[in-house]
Design a protein around this ligand. Structure first.
Ligand code: ADP
Length: 457
């Protein structure tokens, strides 16, 4: 299982992040790029780079054959998938295993199990993790039985696709008369987008927070939880700001949940880094899904625990045991991350193009993970995340103050970024108090838009 050369099957900031972790372990790092990314700054940071195909992701970053060929050409014996693209693809994991390479992540069968949200929930319920109440198992085709199930769960409910992801494949149903249509449309989408017709029903929670637990497990039954993250500041189900710890939740309750997650990992033989996602409402946690990969927001946990999670993820993939025990995991102070996206103002519309000027902020408690530089190209083909600004400090107020200073120092020309949106949130009283729900940002933006149109008319 020991390996020397890691192929990074990804691009942008996460490719750079993984290259840095490889360096920290003295491993050779091989980067890949599509034709649109030939000038990518992460390529220079790597020991070697391979172009894997044309700009569309389906023909490059999602092309399993091209990636395996690149690994062979570069003499790689392990592959890090990063996040997005093929990171949670069971077929990819299996192809990597078959080729005799190590995938830096859980086993293919674990990725498949957790990719099926119905089976994942079953496994978690069995392992003692609290879940959102709902239909146990896939919905039957019989409409009358579905109506009974939904009535038992209690309206409003949410119809979700077992294979869903990225905020797609789900529909809120307010009453019995909407159920049949919601099931039919979601099933059609599930077949088309996820090639899996299975659906399930969950109680729709009206005002939850999104809280997640980071785990890290070795191949020897060792499983740690590394604290929680609050990712409730979202827009269109996409996270915008994340922080650790979650404001206002009793530590004992978090610790109990963390222990349950670690126990569930031991029960299912989980390996590597992973995240248990929960909704938190009225003082109760309810599991929604597991992400079997490194996440964008792992950084805030790194800042509060002092651990290099990507380095640890690679080490355990080599078969090495965890060096820490749970007692050694200490979360100190606070950390906040703002996702800097190439977007026009508040609109969320992508703003691809060439970066003419790039000045990243710095100073105590300010970390910037980014592949940007003057002259860097932001292609229109991929995700718009171009940088993560992470501030840390003794408390939340210090993190917010440092973030405001960092955003003021950030200078970007050539493309638009969403810095104004972050400033808008950081200056808002409700956010400042902490503990907002997943609907907070959209509601706040709606009120802002209404007030502005009101002022103009
Ligand atoms: P995906 O894999 O597409 O991200 P998730 O199951 O993680 O899907 O859900 C994504 C988001 O949808 C959650 O963060 C939350 O905002 C919302 N959501 C999911 N399930 C529920 C539910 N039962 N009640 C309320 N909101 C939900």
């Amino acid at each position: 299982m020991a390996f020397r050369t890691v192929l990074i099957a990804n691009r942008g900031e996460i490719a750079l992040r993984v290259i840095r972790a490889c360096r920290a372990l003295g491993l050779r790092a091989v980067a890949v790029c599509s034709e649109a990314d030939r000038g990518g700054t992460w390529l220079q940071a790597a020991d070697d780079a391979v172009c894997i195909g044309p700009a569309p992701a389906s023909r490059s970053y999602l092309d399993i054959g091209a990636l395996l060929l690149a690994a062979e050409v570069a003499g790689a014996d392990a592959i890090h998938p990063g996040y997005g693209f093929l990171a949670e693809n069971g077929d990819f994991a299996e192809a990597v295993e078959r080729a005799g390479l190590t995938l830096i992540g859980p086993a293919a069968e674990t990725i498949r199990l957790m990719g099926d949200k119905i089976r994942a929930k079953e496994a978690m319920r069995a392992a003692g993790v609290p879940c959102v109440p709902g239909s146990d198992g896939a919905l039957p085709l019989d409409a009358a039985v579905c109506a009974q199930l939904a009535a038992r769960v209690g309206y409003p409910v949410i119809v979700k696709a077992a294979g869903g992801g990225g905020g797609r494949g789900m529909r809120v149903v307010r009453g019995p008369d909407e159920l049949a249509t919601a099931i039919a449309t979601t099933r059609e989408e599930a077949v088309r987008a996820f090639a899996n017709p299975d659906l399930y029903i969950e109680k729709f929670l009206e005002h939850p927070r999104h809280i997640e637990i980071q785990v890290l497990c070795d191949h020897h039954g060792g499983a740690l939880w590394l604290g929680e993250r609050d990712c409730s500041v979202q827009r269109r189900h996409q996270k915008v700001i994340e922080e650790a710890p979650a404001p206002g939740i009793p530590r004992a309750q978090i610790a109990e949940l963390g222990e349950r997650c670690a126990a569930a990992c031991r029960a299912i033989g989980y390996r590597g880094a992973g995240t248990f996602e929960f909704l938190y409402e009225d003082g109760t946690f309810a599991f929604i899904e597991i992400n079997t990969r490194i996440q964008v927001e792992h950084t805030v946990t790194e800042e509060t625990t002092g651990l290099d999670i990507v380095r640890e993820q690679i080490r355990v993939a080599m078969g090495e045991p965890l060096l820490l025990s749970q007692r050694d995991v200490v979360c100190r102070g606070h950390a906040i991350e703002c996702r800097i996206n190439a977007e026009h103002g508040f609109s969320g519309r992508p703003s691809p193009g060439r970066v003419i000027r790039w000045h990243a902020p710095g100073g105590p408690g300010i970390r910037v993970d980014s592949h940007m530089a003057p002259g860097a190209e932001v292609p229109p083909h991929y995700d718009s995340l171009i940088a993560k600004i992470v501030t840390s400090g003794t408390d939340r107020a210090q993190c917010i103050a440092r973030m405001k200073a960092a955003l003021a120092e950030l200078q970007v020309e050539g493309i638009d970024v969403n810095a104004e949106l972050h400033r808008f949130v950081l200056e808002d009283e409700t956010f400042e108090k902490g503990g907002v729900t997943i609907h907070y940002l959209e509601q706040r933006l709606r009120r802002f838009a209404e007030a502005n149109t009101g002022a103009q008319s």
